[in-house]
Ligand binder design. Structure first.
Ligand code: DOR
Ligand code: ZN
Length: 375
């Protein structure tokens, strides 16, 4: 990561958090069930071609976000997108994309029944309109989608929620907490049978809310929100490659997220929200939200869990809790992480097309855990 660290001047707090101090006490090899990513953006076209193998290399399955342009609204859109993803995978890959539909106020319950019946649709994504990248077709008035949500509840299909309000008068750092109060808590009361995943939780409020729910509710946590806080984004210059939505919060929240991820608690699991954008669209006057963590996520997580003396909880977070919530078997295949003496070298950028690149997440500290490649 030398180049990226030079370019982005690794934040001091992160450098201190590097966990070499634990080296003596921890194992040098860790074999876990193959992980899944319960929140992933693969995009389409040249970007899909560029990034698909980055996830398929380490992960067995992923919940694929539907915020394409135009969005994946109907089951036949999801079926066609699934084919494009499979075609973009390296030969011999058995990576399984788990498809989602993008909820609009015109979404059709009959189409949902068909897609679920076919075994194609695994979840539906709720974007409040305007909340994030390609969310303009999302939901403005939750009333309008209640019949659709009732169908989902009947089918037992999880709703993946981008949990931020979009009101201009709500501070961007408060949008998750206000969403819980105004939208999520009332929805849980009204339709407790609906299974909900609160995606990319970034605050203590989100964690507490999920913990407070008896059943049918879980949260995904991203790799980057376990590592960066808002100082990393803003102190000493704006670092566009740390900009994502929900935006990183203050350090106390990051610490709470790390505690939740490393707790082994069944309601928390990995959803990387790895979200590739061309580098020049992030390094811009109005830069895109999204952090691309697919290549080095497992190395980053091993480092974070090791620092908490919680390597024994990594498998629950990446490979067990997610399938249990989604009602799927855990993967039979394994993945082995090996602790190296020298830092693992990841590319700082991945080529896309026409000289464009995607910048890989720089955690700001060296990574010593490598994923052992199958021989
Ligand atoms: O940072 C983000 N990027 N957050 C999202 O919710 C969407 C994502 C994207 O699609 O780029
Ligand atoms: Zn996302």
């Amino acid at each position: 990561m030398t180049d990226a660290r030079t370019r982005q001047a690794a934040p001091q707090a992160q450098a201190q958090a590097a966990p070499q101090a634990q080296a003596q006490a921890t194992p040098q090899r860790l074999t876990i069930r193959r992980p899944d990513d319960w929140h992933l953006h693969l995009r389409d076209g040249a970007m899909l071609q560029a990034v698909a193998s980055e996830t398929a290399r380490h992960f067995a399955r992923a919940i694929i976000m539907p915020n394409l342009v135009p969005p994946v609204v109907r089951s036949h859109d999801a079926a066609a997108y699934r084919e494009r993803i499979l075609a973009a995978l390296p030969a011999g890959s058995n990576f399984e994309p788990l498809m989602t539909l993008y909820l609009t106020e015109a979404s059709d319950p009959a189409d949902l029944r068909q897609g679920v019946g076919d075994g194609l649709v695994r979840a539906v994504k709720l974007y409040p309109a305007g909340a994030t990248t390609n969310s303009d077709s999302g939901v403005r008035d939750i009333e309008k989608v209640m019949p659709f949500l009732e169908t989902m509840a009947e089918l037992g299909l999880p709703l993946c929620v981008h949990g931020e309000v979009t009101d201009a008068d709500i501070d961007i750092f408060d949008r998750e907490a206000v969403f819980i109060e105004r939208v999520l808590a009332p929805l849980r009361q009204r339709l407790p049978e609906l299974r909900i995943v609160m995606e990319h939780v970034t605050t203590r409020h989100g964690l507490d809310f999920v913990r407070s729910q008896a059943q049918g509710m879980a949260a995904t946590l991203t790799t980057h929100h376990l590592i960066i806080n808002r100082n990393h984004l803003l102190v000493g210059g704006v670092r566009p490659h740390y900009y994502c939505l929900p935006v990183a919060k203050r350090e106390a929240h990051r610490l709470a997220l790390v505690e939740a991820a490393t707790s082994g608690d069944a309601c928390f699991f990995l959803g990387t929200d790895s979200a590739p954008h061309a580098t020049h669209t992030k390094e811009a006057a109005c830069g895109c939200a999204g952090i691309f963590t697919a290549p080095n996520t497992m190395s980053c997580l091993a480092q974070v869990f090791e620092a908490e003396s919680a390597l024994d909880k990594l498998e629950a977070f990446t490979s067990l809790n997610g399938p249990a919530f989604y009602g799927l078997p855990a993967n039979e295949q394994a993945l082995t992480l090996v602790k190296q003496d020298q830092p693992v070298a990841y590319p700082t950028q991945i080529p896309v097309e026409d000289g464009q690149t995607v910048t890989v997440f720089d955690p700001g500290f060296e990574l010593y855990w490598a994923v052992e490649e199958a021989s």
